[in-house]
Design a protein around this ligand. Structure first.
Ligand code: UDP
Length: 390
């Protein structure tokens, strides 16, 4: 890089902002990172509970999982990642089942003792009428679910949970959300399918803090960002806050779901695994997390569980899940068009691009964004205003 390297501003000290800032900083570009909360970590923020000392996933359960060795190598530079298998259970109709649906779940649910092929045939028979009715790829979550597992499993494990989680009829959700959870015809009860799965010893906030710990990065915690006042003095702004907030909600508010957690402390073990999903509508919470199962190397006497409630987001709430409904697409398109036409700023991460992304995706995209930026810097080209199509 000839001459003085450009100084960048990254808004948001979550995983996306931290990884991007780190890559730019390591290539000699100084970065200011503004974070309006008094802590780093964003959505994967973790904090030890003052009373029990248990590491709590404050914004809901997180597991790092990927097949990409480069991602794994990147995070291992900053934390010891404890190999971890995410075990989840599902509660429906008054019983506990293995989740995701596997051979154990199917046999318990149908009161059968089938092998893999017979179970696959049973589920295919249940799904056949719905699969036959499709004239193309499933248009929404409900069509995708019914065509894959049929009415009975779908109603027991997906319908109620999805209504509680998203606050809408599942036929209004994109089919891709159904695709997040596997269905298995063996006894594998690992929630995720990736080769690499783990939890950072020290928690996710510490991981993010360490990523940000570089001589070319100045982290400003508790520092709100103002698009009008703060861009000057920086060669480019990378914004990982809510896309609509950058533009003062000029086209209207993009909808989100927000979460509320109710903690309960006790001793011993409360539920026996990290997460139990409550899949029917007999409870108003969606899931219960017993946090000490995320840190199996720590063996506290105490335990802490969080009941998770999902609801519509209001302006004073934290925006957790982008609620991407087909009917809101024109609102999102309006913001994308505005973002594209705005020079000097790029939008990154879950909130900046208004997408439901996992941590490995956030890291992959931030690494890719950094290499695009650095190519532009080295080639003396302007930095593009938008990276990822929401
Ligand atoms: N889902 C469900 N029942 C389950 C698990 C998942 O209905 O037991 C649906 C629900 O709509 C959820 C989506 O599948 O929002 C994705 O699930 P995932 O476990 O990936 O949710 P996350 O942990 O990202 O909130």
């Amino acid at each position: 890089m000839g001459g003085d390297p450009p100084r960048f501003l990254v808004v948001g000290a979550g995983l996306s902002g931290a990884v991007l800032a780190r890559q730019l900083a390591e290539s000699g570009c100084p970065c200011d990172v503004y974070e309006d909360h008094p802590y780093a970590g964003g959505h994967c923020y973790t904090k030890r509970d003052a009373e029990t000392g248990i590491m709590v996933h404050r914004h809901g359960p997180h597991t790092l999982h990927t097949d990409d060795e480069a991602i794994w190598a990147f995070v291992e530079r900053f934390a010891t990642i404890w190999p971890y298998k995410h075990l989840k259970r599902a509660h429906t109709g008054g019983e506990f089942f293995v989740s995701p649906i596997n051979l154990q779940t199917i046999n318990q649910f149908y009161r059968t003792a089938l092998g893999p092929d017979e179970a696959r045939a049973l589920v295919a028979r249940e799904a056949a009428p719905y699969a036959a009715a499709l004239t193309g790829p499933p248009a929404n979550f409900e069509e995708a679910g019914l065509a894959l597992i049929g009415r009975r499993l779908y109603d027991a494990f997906y319908r109620g949970y999805t209504i509680k989680q998203w606050g809408i009829e599942p036929r209004n959700l994109p089919a891709s959300v159904f695709g997040r959870v596997p269905i298995r015809f063996d006894y594998n009860d690992n929630y995720f399918k990736h080769n690499r799965q783990g939890q950072p010893v020290g928690g996710y906030s510490q991981l993010v803090e360490r990523i940000l710990d570089h001589e070319n990065i100045r982290l400003h915690l508790g520092r709100a960002f103002s698009p009008r006042d703060d861009g000057a003095g920086h060669a480019h702004v990378f914004f990982s806050g809510p896309l609509d907030s950058y533009f003062d909600w000029r086209h209207g508010r993009l909808p989100y779901r927000t979460l509320r957690f109710e903690d309960e402390r006790s001793v011993g073990v409360r539920q026996g695994c990290a997460v139990i999903n409550y899949c029917d509508e007999t409870t108003s919470f969606t899931r219960v997390t017993e946090h000490k199962f995320f840190s199996p190397w720590e063996k506290p006497e105490a335990t802490l569980v969080s009941y998770e409630y999902s609801s519509d987001w209001g302006p004073d709430d934290a925006p957790y899940y982008p609620l991407r409904l087909t009917k809101d697409r024109s609102l999102l398109d309006a913001y994308v068009a505005t973002a594209r036409a705005t020079e000097g700023v790029s939008f990154i991460g879950r909130l900046g691009t208004y997408r439901y992304i996992d941590m490995d995706v956030a890291i992959t995209e931030a690494l890719a964004a950094a290499s695009t930026v650095l190519d532009c810097v080295r080639g003396g080209r302007p930095i593009p205003t938008f990276f990822i199509e929401p």
